[in-house]
Write a protein that binds this ligand. Sequence first.
Ligand SMILES: *Cc1c(COP(=O)(O)O)cnc(C)c1O
Length: 400
Amino acid sequence: MRAFKAVGGRPIFIKRAKGCKMYDENSREYTDYCMSWGALILGHAHPVVVKAIKEQAEKGTSFGTCSKNEIEFGNLIRQAFPSVERMRLMNSGTEAVMTALRLARAFTNRDYIIKFDGCYHGHADNLLVRAGSGLSTLGISSSKGVLRVVAEKTISLPYNNLKAVEKVCKKMGRQVACIIIEPVAANMGVVLPKEGFLAGLRKLAQQYGILLIFDEVITGFRLCFGGAQNIFGIKPDLTILGKIIGGGLPIGLVGGRWEIMEQLAPMGEVYQAGTLSGNPLTTAAGIATLKYLAANKSIYSKLRMKTEFLLKSLREIFADKDILVQINYIGPVFSLFFAKKPIVDYASAKAQDSKVFAKFFQVMLKHGIYFSPSGFEANFLSQAHSYADLRTTINSAKTF
Ligand SMILES: *Cc1c(COP(=O)(O)O)cnc(C)c1O
């Protein structure tokens, strides 16, 4: 994913970053709109986070025991996500998703999983079926090396198509353990859920005894102090978090209803463990980030305004040049699709002109503006992006 396969050329090598700027090995400066794939909302090397990491590192980076940081961290998560009654910390989103699926299968005693085309949930075998992110960039529908018997238990349906889910449920709803979804898809580029889609899934899940899992690894603490579930008012049974909650260090979290989480070892019979899970360093970075966000919730409306300022100008520039573009965004997460028709699912996302995107990416890169290096990835603003930075980006886009 660091390679520039989708956009051509050689990937950049960064040696240092601060705020919204990154500096490569030749000390060239870039304004960053990838922000570590959305993991950094406060910007690179935010002083509050750096301080927390330094202070904790002095005291030890892993104890292999319980630590108070975990409690403080957990309380911050619960404050933001009322649906998360209990939780388990891990070291990546992928891991958390694996555990969520295992839990769902154990709790329901069913095998099948419903996911959506173009949604990415990390690289667990179960979910490498018509997945987004790197798989879209590389143009592969499923990974080699995944057992057919595993992939067969995964049903992938078109995003935003409630009818398709209804049909599967009618046929075999009582065999489905869970429906897992990015409540706002951000790994085929940004695709918003249509009105009623998430509520419809919630209803179907209820009806057939299926668990609804929201993968909020990108949306968690990105759109508000909480997640898409708070914004759309839908309560999932399980939630996956990652990226922002680690403050730039590796993390994953699965949490949700008490009686489901209780199935996890050592209380229950679903095994999960991790040598470095919940380590004091990651939790320190996470606590610093979440506390900062809790104390500065206006950050979210400011981010939205900045994003709208940027996108409005970009839209005008493309219109002037007669370049067809579909801009999808929510809060500070956005995608530019060079396409004729609105992007509502994976099929429409794949209809984008990747060559135009690659050209745009290269022109911007030449001006020191770093967008996520694929038309199937989202872009992110951080608190550190100033209006001056945005204006520079806009002026650079005028040369496209
Ligand atoms: C990034 C991502 C993951 C995987 O997280 P990793 O920490 O990279 O394993 C899972 N789900 C979504 C929605 C993601 O964006």
